[in-house]
Design a protein around this ligand. Structure first.
Ligand code: SAM
Length: 291
């Protein structure tokens, strides 16, 4: 870009929109969002102050973001933030960007018949999105949020602090391995669920997300589900719930695995695109050992 030709907000926005048209159908909006981030203003400001001048450093930083976006990096990583459940969450390349589908998992959990002082375990918390959404909705609940990635937990803890959450205990653990034995009323998880040979089918933007830990789950995509479901019996009392987000083609496998591990009243909830996305069931210890 010839910096001499770009001196104000209007021109910089126009430059961004022209560049981003190569990769986005919402190029003008993307350009505005990136510039609001650089200038730390809202979109109205950009319109009202379109003729305000921009300095060389602002132009340089904006240009760098545009270039990264052109390479496919998700907007959330460029901004370092993502909204989830009306909460502004910090994200970086160590955590999966929370998805709108996952808000259905939160909704589903909130609709379950759980005690007022519910003890919750979230497995694979990433940015902390699910645990923090539940903690803000249910301040009387006591939540333990686990991730195997220390770098992800740092982000989750930061998000917890930013939202003044005091009812979550954060723990680095390989699923249940480092938990002190105890019982929970609910286990909730959005674990990795993409099959190794399906990686080529997923969006290109996923190459920027933490694939091995956050996304990939063995040859059939069921590895994490199998571990979580099979071991849940040690952590749930009879009547405790397990609630899982899964891929849109995995409802049957997840249901079968839950049924084979003494869960009953198993239900699947669809997302806004009408895809089966969440499956939950109630644990019944009475069936253990009777099969
Ligand atoms: C699909 S991401 C979900 C992140 C977040 N809960 C969300 O919904 O946005 C899966 C998370 O599980 C974590 N994870 C993967 N394997 C794990 C394991 N063995 N034990 C604990 N966490 C694990 C990853 O680090 C990642 O943060």
């Amino acid at each position: 870009m010839n910096n001499n030709l770009v001196t104000n907000i209007r021109q910089l926005l126009q430059y961004g929109a022209q560049q981003l048209a190569a990769c986005s159908s919402t190029a003008r909006l993307d350009s505005e969002v990136l510039l609001t981030h650089i200038l730390q203003v809202d979109r109205t400001f950009l319109i009202v102050h379109a003729e305000q001048s921009v300095d060389a450093e602002q132009i340089e930083r904006f240009t760098q973001l545009v270039q990264r976006r052109l390479l496919g990096e998700p907007i959330a990583y460029l901004l370092g933030r993502k909204e989830f459940w009306s909460l502004d969450l910090t994200v970086n390349a160590n955590v999966l960007i929370p998805r709108p589908e996952t808000e259905h998992l939160v909704e589903t959990v909130l609709a379950l018949p759980l005690p007022e002082h519910c003890q919750v375990l979230e497995l694979g918390t990433g940015s902390g999105a699910i645990a923090i959404a539940l903690a803000t909705e249910r301040p009387h609940w006591s939540i333990t949020a686990v991730d195997i990635s220390g770098a992800a937990l740092e982000v989750a803890q930061l998000n917890g602090k930013r939202h003044h959450i005091d009812n979550i205990t954060w723990l680095q653990s390989d699923w249940y391995r480092d938990l002190i034995p105890r019982q929970f009323n609910l286990i909730v998880s959005n674990p990795p669920y993409i099959a190794t040979d399906e990686l080529h089918l997923v969006q290109q933007s996923l190459i920027f997300e933490p694939q091995q830990l956050a996304l990939m789950a063995g040859t059939d995509g069921m590895r994490a589900f199998t571990t979580i479901i099979q071991q849940a019996a040690h952590w749930l009392p009879p009547g405790g719930y397990l609630c899982l987000e899964h891929g849109y083609r995995q409802a049957e496998s997840v249901t079968q695995c839950m049924a084979a591990n003494h869960f009953h009243s198993i239900n699947t909830v669809k997302d806004l695109a009408n895809h089966p996305r969440i499956t939950y069931g109630c644990y019944n210890q009475l069936k253990v050992g009777t099969d």
